[in-house]
Design a protein around this ligand. Structure first.
Ligand code: R5P
Length: 311
């Protein structure tokens, strides 16, 4: 790629964007990303991007629709200003849980969001721990899909935790928990759960032995916290000595932080793909994804393989 590297951000997570450009020893591109008086989103890139290799960093965190709109308008602005390549860097991809219809007359929101990003003019997407890996296929452009398992596992190894068991809180998360298990050298347990209603969770059964072990519930995201709280209760009932949670995206919707503080969970490890909401933070450990994303951006810019980031 010959074009200059230029990196911009919307308002979803300026700190993460700043941490990424600090890693890259590159400046953050100047841009106005605000709101017109009528409430519509206003964007203006304040630097020439003609012929540049442009990266736009924007998590689709709450308010997801607004942050998505900022991203789309920034992509459109870069496209119309003749950037030679535009990569949407989306540390947290929202609407991912709606990647299929679970009953009639529902949208497939994750596909629509992919269509919007492509239609706006993105050439590539760089993202982290999509709720379902198949979402990559919703894009007809290259998607570099990173995983945070190595960062999360590294933290547990650094803390010298032994006698761990990696727990998937649902059938859909088995591959994720299995990767974590491999990295920390632990057995695997799998919980089966169901959603009796929107945003509510009920655990049904568990396969695997957690008795006398330190259980680590591995998940892609923590939203209401319902999954973790229900899983933790089952793990405690089955004899786990301590219970930890490790998840990539800490959404912590509503009173999730309070719910977790009142659960049997000792600590919750998340990454910084999303700005943490207000609430009790004592339980939380945060590991940054800035170096990982910075490395990926540099490799994409230089047309190098990013497979090395998965080892
Ligand atoms: C579900 O399939 C996901 O992997 C997470 O387990 C879920 O999104 C967490 O949501 P909540 O915290 O609302 O239970």
């Amino acid at each position: 790629m010959d074009g200059r590297l230029q990196i911009f951000t919307g308002n979803a997570h300026p700190k993460l964007a700043n941490d990424i450009v600090t890693e890259l020893e590159a400046p953050l591109g100047r841009a106005v990303v605000g709101t017109w008086r009528n409430g519509e989103t206003r964007v203006k890139l304040e630097e020439n991007v003609r012929g540049s290799d442009v990266f736009i960093i924007q998590s689709m965190s709450n308010p997801a629709d607004h942050h998505l709109m900022e991203l789309l308008l920034m992509i459109d602005a870069a496209r119309r200003a003749s950037a030679s390549r535009i990569t949407a860097v989306v540390p947290y991809y929202a609407y991912a849980k709606q990647e299929k219809k679970t009953s009639g007359r529902e949208p497939i929101s994750a596909k629509l969001v992919a269509n919007l990003i492509v239609t706006a003019g993105a050439d590539r997407v760089l993202t982290l721990d999509l709720h379902a890996p198949a979402i990559e296929g919703f894009f007809d452009i290259p998607v570099d899909h990173l995983r945070a398992a190595s960062l999360l596992a590294q933290r547990f190894r650094r803390d010298g935790k032994v006698n761990l068991v990696s727990v998937s809180p649902d059938a859909g998360g088995v591959a994720r928990a299995d990767e974590f298990r491999t990295r920390v050298g632990a057995p695997l347990a799998i919980i089966s759960k169901r959603h009796p209603g929107p945003d509510s969770t009920e655990v049904l059964e568990m396969v695997g032995d957690v008795d006398g072990k330190i259980a680590v519930i591995v998940d892609d995201m923590i939203s209401t916290g319902g999954t973790l709280v229900a899983a933790a209760q089952m793990l405690k009932d089955r004899g786990a000595t301590e219970i930890y949670a490790a998840a990539t995206h800490g959404i912590f919707a509503g009173d999730a932080l309070d719910q977790l503080a009142n659960s049997p969970i000792t600590r919750v490890l998340v990454t910084d793909t999303i700005v943490l909401p207000p609430g009790p933070r004592e339980l939380l450990d945060v590991v940054t994804v800035a170096p990982l994303l910075a490395e990926a951006i540099m490799r994409i810019h230089k047309d190098l393989s990013i497979s090395a980031l998965f080892t």
